[in-house]
Design a binder for this molecule. Structure first.
Ligand SMILES: O=C(O)c1ccccc1NCC(=O)[C@H](O)[C@H](O)COP(=O)(O)O
Length: 267
C-alpha cells in the first residue's frame, strides 16, 4: 500500500469516530451559522504586488518526522502575518502531521488572513467541518479522488463559499481535474506523495499545460528566493511553503527574504 493510501486509510478510521460523536446535521448547522469565508483567491493577488506566499503550519510530516512538537500555532500565525504571507495553511491531520481542526479554528480567529485546511479530504462531512472551523479554502488531492467524487467535492466547496485548491502531481491528475469541472485554483505539488521525493521540475513541467484563467500555486520543496524566482519565471502565481518556515528561527525575516522585500530583486 502506498504511503498516501496509508494516510487516507487512517483518515477514514478517524472520520468514522468523529461522525459518531458529531452527526452530519450538527456539523452542517455549525457550518451554515459560520461567518462568510474570507476570499482566498483574491488574497493570492495582493494589490501591493507582493509575492504571494501561503505559509504553512505543521508540527510534523511523514517525510521528516517531528519538525516542532512544541509549535504554538497562534504565535506562528501571527509571525506569518507580520512577514507578509497572504494566507495560512494549517495541517489538520492528527496522526502523521500532529495537526488538529482546533488549530485551524484558533488561527482563523486570531489573524485576518484566509486559512486553508490542509488535510486528506474524501467526504463532504470534512468540508462542513472546515467551513465551521473558519476555513476559506480546502485541499482536494486529485490523485486519490476519482473524477466523480472530485467533482462533487469541488461543487460543495463552492456552494459553501470556500475555494478548492485542487492538487496535482502528474499530467493524469491535471486531466482528471479539468474533467471534474473548472477548477479556479490548481496546486502543483513538487512532492511525490507516494515516495516523498521532491523536485521543482514538477512545477516547471506541468505549469504550461494548465489553461489560462486558472490560478496556480507551487507546493513543497520551496526553500529560497532563487526557487521562487525560478518558479515565477514559468508563471506560478503563489507559493505554498511549510518546512523552512516552521524550522526558521525568524520566520518574519525569512518570509521577507523569500518575498524579495528590501532587496533589489523586485517583487
Ligand atoms: O510533507 C510531507 O511529508 C507530506 C507527505 C505526504 C503527504 C503530504 C505531505 N505534505 C503536505 C504538503 O503538501 C506540504 O506540507 C506543503 O506543500 C509544504 O511543503 P514544504 O514546504 O516542503 O514543507
Amino acid at each position: 500500500m502506498s504511503r498516501l493510501r496509508d494516510i487516507f486509510a487512517a483518515r477514514v478510521e478517524d472520520l468514522d469516530r468523529v461522525k459518531h460523536q458529531h452527526p452530519l446535521t450538527e456539523v452542517r448547522r455549525l457550518a451554515e451559522q459560520s461567518p462568510p469565508p474570507r476570499d482566498f483567491l483574491t488574497a493570492l493577488h495582493p494589490q501591493d504586488g507582493r509575492v504571494a506566499i501561503v505559509a504553512e503550519i505543521k508540527r510534523a510530516s511523514p517525510s521528516r518526522g517531528i519538525l516542532r512538537a512544541d509549535l504554538d500555532v497562534v504565535d506562528q500565525a501571527r509571525l506569518y502575518e507580520a512577514g507578509g504571507a497572504v494566507a495560512v495553511s494549517v495541517l489538520t491531520e492528527p496522526r502523521f502531521f500532529q495537526g488538529d481542526l482546533e488549530d485551524l479554528s484558533l488561527v482563523a480567529r486570531t489573524i485576518p488572513l484566509p486559512v486553508l485546511r490542509k488535510d486528506f479530504i474524501f467526504d463532504p462531512y470534512q468540508l462542513y467541518e472546515a467551513r465551521a472551523a473558519g476555513a476559506s479554502a480546502v485541499l482536494l488531492i486529485a490523485s486519490y479522488l476519482d473524477r466523480v467524487l472530485l467533482q462533487d467535492l469541488m461543487a460543495l466547496t463552492q456552494t459553501l463559499g470556500m475555494t478548492a485548491l485542487v492538487e496535482i502531481h502528474t499530467v493524469e491528475d491535471l486531466e482528471k481535474s479539468l474533467h471534474a469541472g473548472l477548477p479556479r485554483l490548481i496546486g502543483i505539488n513538487n512532492r511525490n506523495l507516494h515516495d516523498f521525493s521532491v523536485s521543482l521540475d514538477t512545477t516547471i513541467t506541468l505549469r504550461h499545460l494548465i489553461p489560462a484563467g486558472i490560478r496556480v500555486i507551487a507546493e513543497s520543496g520551496i526553500h529560497t528566493r532563487e526557487d521562487i524566482q525560478r518558479l515565477r519565471s514559468v508563471g506560478v502565481d503563489a507559493f505554498l511553503i511549510g518546512e523552512v518556515l516552521v524550522l526558521a528561527s525568524n520566520p518574519v525575516a525569512l518570509l521577507r527574504e523569500l518575498r524579495g522585500e528590501g532587496s533589489n530583486h523586485g517583487g
